[in-house]
Each structure stands twice: as structure tokens, then as C-alpha cells.
Write a protein that binds this ligand. Structure first.
Ligand code: NAD
Length: 292
């Protein structure tokens, strides 16, 4: 029999991840503060829960996929949270991108009551979540990782144990700074190409066939060119990640000049009301800088 899952946070990513666990044969009880997010999964066979504790009541593992550190703290430390009533399987995995410092505190607090905790942020976007093709980077004990692995395989294809508690978040922050700088490089290439009168779809196609190819150009390029800023990974969430990158870099005295530059472009986007638009909306910063 496949292990049962308490899944908390059914947004852009969590919705698909919970469904893929269900499809892989794991019974799933789910909770989100937005009732409609739970309802949309109930028809598919997910059991609705009234709180994180309720979802975890008979679970082998509790998994969370939430926006930021305070949301995960609420789910772990809150009144009907996981620390007060851990899953009987005594394994908790947070897959959100949050502060590595906060993660290590959660690890210690849960360990004190005999519960294993893993930080396992992901990369691959909503497409990767939907196709169960995420890259999953996990921090925590080797034993806990082994226990969590079958669940990871239901959601992802690249699964790595990258070190002790917090290491998953560190690897994810490295991932995010590459993404942020890469998106900006694509924006600049498109801005120059457009101003020079080159066909942008063709430009993208040629770049994808050569050494400038990237996931971002492949997956976000079409929306950038079409000016479709709506869906996907929100500008606000990337700003949250860039803040975490900068905090960690400052605490270790590692200079990240390119990240600092990319961050200011994201700040500009949010100041222009683009916070809940997808990352592809970063191209509009260039629209605003260019007199067309
Ligand atoms: P989202 O905002 O779409 O989803 C978060 C969900 O959590 C929402 O449904 C929200 O209602 C719910 N929630 C908030 N507070 C809650 C609480 N206290 N209890 C229960 N539910 C609560 O975010 P997302 O895009 O799915 O991203 C989730 C995490 O994954 C973030 O940390 C993000 O940085 C990271 N991430 C996102 C992507 C992406 O492309 N969207 C890719 C990789 C990683």
C-alpha cells in the first residue's frame, strides 16, 4: 500500500503536485486557506481537510507548498499546525522556497519532538509540476530523504539529496539567481532585436538552437514576445527569492553584482503594478525604458 499524504498549499504548483501524488496511488488529504483550491481537487479524489493538523491526522508524510516563510511558519507552528499534531509517519517536507535560517529552526523544533523535517524546494515551474518533471533539491538527514524519495518520484524526475537541513534552500537560491539574470539577458536580447527590426520569433528559434539556449527562453520567450504577462511564476515570488539570495550572500560576504542589478529590474516591475504578473512581464520594464 502506498503511503498517505497530507498536502498543504494548493496554488499554482501545489495543485499539480497533489494531483500527481494521487495519480501515483498515494491517498491525499489536502488543506489550503482558499476553500475553492481544495474543492477543485475533491472531484478528483482528494480528501478535503479543515486544517494542517486535520490533513496530517492519519498521514505518513505532510508536504507543504506555500508562498513564503511566514506561511510555512503558520502551518508548522500555528494553533492547528503540524508541530502540535504531527503526522503518525513523523515525516514533514516543505517544498516552498523559504529562508534557509527559518528552515533550520523548523528542523530543530520538529526533531525535538521526534519528527523528521526536510527542505525540498523545486525547480521546473508550473509545467514541471503538471508533468511530474520537477527538479527537487532536498536538505536533511539521509534516513529522512530515503523515506521521502518515493513521494518525490511522483512529482519530479531529478531528485537530489544535497546536504544537511537548509542545503535544499541554498541550492534553490543558486538556481533562482541564475533564472533572474537569465530572464534579464533574454529581455535585453529581445529589446535589441525588436529595436533593430528583427523578427522576434525567428530570433528566439535561432537562439534556442545554439549556445544561448535556455529553459527561460524556451518556456517564457513566447509569452514575452506576445506581451502576455498573466500566468506562471509571479514577480512577487521572484522578489522574495532575490531577497533571500541577497540576505544569504551578505551574511557570507559574497558579492553578487549581477543579481543586484537584476533585482532592481524586478523592483521596478512591482512598482508598476506587475507584482502578480508572471516573470515574463519583466520584458515590460524594457518597454518602459525604451522610447518607442
Ligand atoms: P501560490 O501562491 O500560487 O500558491 C500558494 C498556495 O498556498 C495558495 O493556494 C494559498 O492560498 C496557499 N496558502 C497560503 N497561506 C496558507 C496557509 N497558511 N495555509 C494553507 N494554505 C496557504 O504559489 P506557487 O506559485 O504555487 O509557489 C509556491 C512556492 O513554490 C513558493 O515558495 C514559490 O517561490 C515556489 N516555486 C514556485 C514556482 C512557480 O513557477 N510558480 C516554481 C518553483 C518554486
Amino acid at each position: 500500500k502506498k503511503g498517505s499524504v497530507a498536502f498543504i498549499g494548493l496554488g499554482t504548483m501545489g495543485h499539480h503536485m497533489a494531483l500527481n501524488l494521487l495519480r501515483a496511488g498515494h491517498p491525499v488529504a489536502a488543506f489550503d486557506v482558499r476553500k475553492e483550491a481544495i474543492d477543485s481537487l475533491v472531484a478528483q479524489g482528494v480528501v478535503a481537510a479543515a486544517s494542517p493538523a486535520d490533513a496530517a491526522r492519519s498521514a505518513d508524510i505532510a508536504i507543504s507548498m506555500l508562498p513564503d516563510t511566514p506561511h510555512v511558519e503558520e502551518v508548522i507552528y500555528g494553533e492547528s499546525g503540524i508541530l502540535a499534531s504531527p503526522p503518525p509517519g513523523r515525516l514533514v517536507v516543505d517544498m516552498s522556497t523559504i529562508s534557509p535560517v527559518a528552515v533550520r529552526r523548523m528542523y530543530a523544533d520538529l526533531k525535538a519532538v521526534g519528527v523528521d523535517f526536510i527542505d525540498a524546494p523545486v525547480s521546473g515551474g508550473p509545467i514541471g509540476a503538471k508533468n511530474a518533471a520537477l527538479s527537487i533539491m532536498a536538505g536533511g538527514s539521509a534516513d529522512a530523504f530515503t523515506r521521502a524519495e518515493p513521494y518525490f518520484h511522483a512529482m519530479g524526475t531529478t531528485i537530489a539529496h544535497v546536504g544537511e537541513s537548509g542545503a535544499g534552500q541554498t541550492v534553490k537560491l543558486c538556481n533562482q539567481l541564475v533564472c533572474a539574470i537569465n530572464i534579464q539577458a533574454i529581455c535585453e536580447a529581445l529589446a535589441l532585436g525588436r529595436a533593430s527590426g528583427v523578427d522576434l520569433d525567428q530570433l528566439r528559434g535561432v537562439l534556442l538552437g545554439g549556445s544561448a539556449s535556455s529553459w527561460m527562453l524556451d518556456k517564457l520567450g513566447p509569452a514575452m514576445i506576445a506581451g502576455d504577462a498573466s500566468a506562471g511564476f509571479r514577480i512577487d515570488l521572484m522578489l522574495k527569492d532575490l531577497r533571500l539570495v541577497q540576505e544569504q550572500a551578505l551574511s557570507l560576504a559574497v558579492p553578487l553584482p549581477a543579481t543586484a542589478l537584476a533585482t532592481s529590474q524586478y523592483v521596478e516591475a512591482r512598482a508598476h503594478g506587475e507584482g502578480s504578473n508572471g516573470n515574463q512581464a519583466l520584458f515590460r520594464v524594457y518597454d518602459r525604458m525604451i522610447n518607442r
